[in-house]
Design a binder for this molecule. Structure first.
Ligand SMILES: Nc1ncnc2c1ncn2[C@@H]1O[C@H](COP(=O)(O)OP(=O)(O)OP(=O)(O)O)[C@@H](O)[C@H]1O
Ligand SMILES: [Mg+2]
Length: 358
């Protein structure tokens, strides 16, 4: 077991592509840390620098108590699981599991013990004599996990390991990886662009944007107190509604002092779809409620819930409202939506940073 410590890590690829722009991050021993961010933000680059598959332009990477910048991947005591599994097609499952251990000249009874333990844990015992080509995608993913497990490393590194699986299997494997990690207590750094996967797996969530950390925190912290507009819109689906606020409040939303920009600083208000509710003309609203007059553009029925999308009279960004169950609202219908004042998030329009209201 080991903690991982990144200090001001940078990566500049040839051609002056600055992929990682100074990342400092502590991954405590035994924790599950998830790096999430859009395509191209530098997730794989960062992970590969920890693994030793990519050189580090500046800064330090420590695994355990050692600075590993100059160590070969094999000397770093980590195991990596990739999206494309990277199994040897001509070897059996057993062969794939044993390969790395044999290379290290491990005693054969120890190899057998580790392979058996991993096969049992992952329930792939019956598949040991098959070739990767004779396995389903989910089974291949399990073998790839097994190959990481048998090494009994100080840390696991995962790069989008589930993105080749169908939606249902992905959810199942996600839960399995988490259970396995809890059981083994192995420090893990996991990369994904899928915010839902990130939210459900992480002890600690790291949101990356263009090579920089936007926010670090527990999934709930990040969801409830997004530090920037970027995080607010990246985490959560449908995304948080954003409304520009002028001197007169938000056009089309019943104004109140609360909605006005303090000191004239332009801000953007955010409210999550689940913190809004449709109300009838006659419904009593709470004193602090903001009321939105919306024209329905469309409805998305998810099953247990629906999302009603509507426009404000003066135009501007579309607003999503979550409703329980099925919604039968037709496009063009006029509706009112209410939201309580304390559900609003406030962001500085220029910097995009969260405004903390005392
Ligand atoms: N070998 C390379 N040479 C030059 N630029 C590279 C190289 N590898 C990656 N990049 C660039 O570095 C940036 C970060 O790439 P990286 O693969 O780390 O992104 P990512 O967050 O993993 O994206 P994805 O979610 O699509 O996998 C991108 O702009 C990419 O084009
Ligand atoms: Mg990547």
């Amino acid at each position: 077991m080991a903690k991982i410590e990144l200090t001001d890590v940078r990566k500049v690829y040839p051609g002056n592509v600055e992929a990682v722009k100074g990342v400092s991050l502590s991954i405590p021993d035994g924790s599950f840390v998830v790096l999430v961010g859009p395509s191209g933000c530098g997730k794989s680059t960062l992970l590969r620098m920890v693994a030793g598959l990519e050189s580090i332009s500046s800064g330090t990477v420590e695994i355990g108590e050692r600075v590993v910048n100059e160590l070969e991947p094999a000397e770093r005591d980590i195991a990596m699981v990739f999206q494309n599994y990277a199994l040897y097609p001509h070897m059996s499952v057993r062969g794939n599991l044993q390969y790395g251990l044999k290379n290290r000249k491990m005693a054969s009874d120890e190899i057998a013990r580790r392979v058996d333990a991993a096969a049992k844990m992952l329930e792939i015992g019956p598949l040991l004599d098959r070739k990767p080509g004779q396995l389903s995608g989910g089974q291949r993913q399990r073998v790839a996990m097994g190959r990481a497990l048998v090494r009994e490393p100080a840390a696991f590194l995962f790069d989008e390991p589930l993105s080749n699986l169908d939606a249902k299997l992905r959810v199942q494997m996600r839960a399995e990886i988490r259970r396995l990690q809890r059981r083994l207590g192995t420090t893990s750094l996991y990369v994904t662009h899928d915010q839902l996967e990130a939210m459900t797996l992480a002890d600690k969530l790291v949101v990356l944007n263009s090579g920089r950390i936007e926010q670090v925190g527990s999934p709930m912290d990040v969801y409830e107190k997004p530090a920037s507009l970027f995080v607010a819109t990246f985490i959560g689906s449908p995304a948080m509604n954003l409304l520009p606020v002028g001197e007169g409040g938000v056009p089309g939303v019943s104004a109140s002092d609360h909605l006005l920009s303090p000191g004239g600083r332009p801000q953007i208000l955010g409210v999550r779809p689940e913190h809004m509710r449709l109300v009838a003309e006659t419904d009593a609203t709470q004193p602090g409620d903001a009321i939105f007059e919306l024209t329905v553009n469309g409805v998305e029925v998810v099953g247990a819930e629906s999302f009603v999308y509507g426009g404000l009279p003066q135009g501007g960004p579309e607003v999503a409202v979550r409703v329980a169950g099925y919604s039968h609202l037709e496009p063009g219908t006029q509706v009112r939506a209410a939201t309580s004042h304390d559900a609003f998030h406030r962001f500085d329009r220029e910097s995009g940073r969260r405004i903390v209201v005392a």
